[in-house]
Design a protein around this ligand. Sequence first.
Ligand code: NAD
Length: 528
Amino acid sequence: LEEAAATGTDVQDHDHHGIRQVLRELGVEAHNAAWSTGLRWGSSTAENTRAIHSPTDGRLIGSVAFATAADYDQVVKTAETAFKTWRLVPAPKRGEIVRQIGNKLRQYKEPLGKLVSYEMGKILQEGLGEVQEMIDICDFAVGLSRQLTGYTMHSERPAHRMYEQYHPLGVVGIISAFNFPVAVWSWNAMLAAVCGDVCIWKPSEKTPLVAVAVQHILKEVLQENELPEGIFNLVIGDAEIGAAMAADSRVPLVSATGSTRMGKKVGEVVGGRLGRALLELGGNNAIILTEHADLDMAMRAVVFGAVGTAGQRCTTTRRLIIHDSIFEDVKARLLKIYPNLPIGHPLQDGNLVGPLIDKAAVEGFTKALEAVQQEGGKLLIGGEVLEGLGYETGTYVKPALVEARNEYHTVQEETFAPILYLIKYSGGVEEAIAVQNGVRQGLSSSIFSLNMRETETYLSHAGSDCGIANVNIGTSGAEIGGAFGGEKETGGGRESGSDAWRIYMRRQTNTINYSDQLPLAQGIKFDV
Ligand code: NAD
């Protein structure tokens, strides 16, 4: 108990999963600071301290102080100062720092992946996958640091040259969600870093400890390179700190990942000051199974998409739009798989479905199932909250399958839990596409079909209206090389690969006159 008090960690039989060791290795043990500027940690105040419990077994992992408005202000000032130095470092040299961050993440992949799994509740394979995603975006950003290219164009005036260049933007605010507690930060921060920006990260209040761990890893790299504080900053806090960031004109870009409800508020506030908002919000993702689908292949994608991360991915498959000729077959296949899903502690080998993040999420799951049944939906299997040995937290649920109609109010909403709605269509692929597009969100989508006319129609301008549209793979598990994000109420932002970097920079058009004349554009004569 003495040790528990000293470390702030509930030590009792923790180490059957080696978590104590992980916390020690990552420097998170006894952590209690509300903010960090990379090299410095803020001092904590007892009244702001909150306990962080694991959704996997309810144990106290550690406690962490939440930042005050004054803490936040201090961090922004430090970031502003660091920006003046960092923007002058040549981009490929900034890339070199990101390369070293990637290498450190490789070194810490195991413990960090484990902590992601323990604090958030995703299975270890996915926790490690999340850290791999961070490593991948570092590699991508290193290459990018030698590009960041603009166009050159021809001037209409003789002996003139025109081109565009991209300059660093300034302080980038990053608000992240609990379900990808570190990867989404890295998509933003690593691109922003090579672009010459400095970042302030406000992680989810539900998963602050992994953020603390990442900040310790960054500190090693900053120290080894004798870089100043303020390039990578962390401010732990809840919605209030996020809202302060949205309203802060010292932060020219706010990248916010989370619910549509949050995004609407952030978008409005950032828009109100004409800042830039990069919004990555909720999805309501569908897979279409046409009569030409390879069902053996499709089933693996559907189940991973629907129950992976316990339905807590923005790209989770929530709707399955099935041609009526194969509806009964698909239903029977799923009803065979669902009873055997291994649900349990995500650090235990063999389990594929971990817990929901908290009791409120469980309530959301149960309420959505009640509501959809009241609307006429038919619960086929699942929906129970698990009890008994290993399930004492009340956060483990049985993934549900529901026969439903797309227009049901419940189906139109994103419930962040493992509910898969089976929806029948009877016409051609156009009908299935209309059903798929018939929601307010527009993140990820996919079709399983071996018929070229169907798949090409689906990918055409009359096809899927989502930011991600896949053929013969599922809705979740995107690679970092492509731009990630969605349309409509998903917010329209793009992160990660392709040319998503452009939003982190300001664009400038330059015209240079190397003649001894001063011709005006559009042939205007203005003789003085
Ligand atoms: P959430 O909206 O509750 O919180 C997300 C973050 O926003 C947290 O850091 C929170 O503190 C902050 N926040 C909340 N209200 C705010 C406000 N008014 N102003 C500023 N900040 C505020 O979301 P969550 O429960 O953590 O995550 C789940 C949601 O995130 C789902 O809807 C999911 O689809 C979405 N998500 C989207 C993507 C994507 O890339 N599109 C990725 C991951 C998660």
